[in-house]
Design a protein around this ligand. Sequence first.
Ligand code: AMP
Length: 542
Amino acid sequence: MQGMMMNRPLKISDIITFSAENHPDSEIVSVRTEGDIHRTNYLETSKRIAQLANGLETIGVKPGDRIATLAWNGYRHFELYYAISGIGAVCHTINPRLSTEQLLYITKHAEDTLLFVDITFVPILEALKDRLPKNLQFIIMTDQKNMPKNILNALCYEDLLNNQPNFINWPDFSEDTAAGLCYTSGTTGEPKGTLFSHRSTVLHAMMVTISLPNALKEGNKILPVVPLFHVNAWGLPYAAPLCGAGLIFPGPKLDGESLFSLMDREKVYSAWGVPTVWLGLLKEISIKKRSPKNFKDVVIGGSAAPSSMIEAFESLSINVCHAWGMTEMSPIGTQSNLPIRLKNSSLEEKLKIKTKQGRRVFGVELKIVDSEGVILTHDGQNQGELFVRGYAITKGYFKNQEATNNAFDADGWFGTGDVATIDADGYLNILDRSKDLIKSGGEWISSLDLENITMSPPDILSCAAIAVSHPKWDERPLLLVVPQEGKVVDINSVAALLSNHFAKWQLPDDILLIESLPLTATGKVSKLSLRKIYKNYYSERV
Ligand code: AMP
């Protein structure tokens, strides 16, 4: 028997309409690429979104068109999210840190028809103009006053809004309609596209809002350092308006000093980003000898948060929520906020829990399996490949059947490529990307475990443990360590520290001090580049 309830489609435009009615005054503050600060709120933004949507229709945008953006976190990018998807087109956020070849590949693969560009990225456009598809129309995200001259017949963003009505009857369509497109740069092969739907996006916004209630509350100001071009800034542009939290968009400057002063001035309550960003902020906190005013919550994800980083924030009474997810999951899968019964735990207890990636959010199911695909029990010991399924998880890559065929098991669960344990309380512990695990003499060594301990002394800024091929053992760990600026790190003391925590065969064969680690386009340490650089390090020594 069928239920007898209405089946209204879940639509992204409903979020901004709701927010304009219920949270009209919650602020959106942006550091603009033009250099100044812009302030608005959800009510005013909803009007500009309607103008932009009307403008897009006027220039011929049709449902299903892919409209690309190359932009920082700011109010215009936010407006594009809603206006594009609201009229049934697809917002394709491009990561400007991708290589030229990847950038060209994805604009062509997505068949983008319009490309919205922040003024800071105009040089990228100019360099690529002869290789980009000929029919691609450029729109510079600024006003006439700041419009760069003679740019490829580009239109001006504010001209698109001028004289357009600030109201729109958002069209109805199926909730399965595509709304957003985001490519991940895999370590091998071409980037793969995840095509989010209205349904998955709205459900993810609700899932995140109920799962991270500490941050997502009316009146709280939230700083997405995680870019709008990296999996929809982890869903914040949808979750924040839904609950009435304000958004503070940092623009291009993401160094510790700029973030500190923005957070201090705007009284940011919760800030979200990858671990590399927080290294800079923590350094600024130690220089200033205080944390930014009102800063009480930090969400760390994208790669493993070292326990020294969690400790540094928690010691300042800043709650750490360590989250795990993937582009293909919209992205949030687990989060490590403590349940009420553990809220008053000692710092040591908290660290033990929060160094793990946390428990699943509602709407995400997790399983770990062995190499034969047999499901392993959640006892905190069994290590297996992590598979997921849920409300906001991809069912295939955009126009890429081969990658799709390889991504799922026979029961339709998505293979994350992560190796993990899950304990009896449901806490996920990511041990590694399966390709980053180090296989020595048939035994696995977790690079994340080695890195976590290495990061404990304050003189160490960052580190990476990688697999390097070895003539006898197949692979052996090599540890690369970056000291804090002006500090001297003694390799022997790092080795001694590790030997207190690991069996002899798990210890790196060598430890090298280097100046910096290469980063990927999303700000994670690029182990692929490191493995290439040090490929022959052990074989050449023998
Ligand atoms: P992306 O889709 O680019 O965000 O990358 C997703 C991958 O990042 C995951 O499969 C993990 O390998 C890694 N990742 C994300 N969050 C975490 C975390 N908190 N701890 C460890 N690895 C993480």
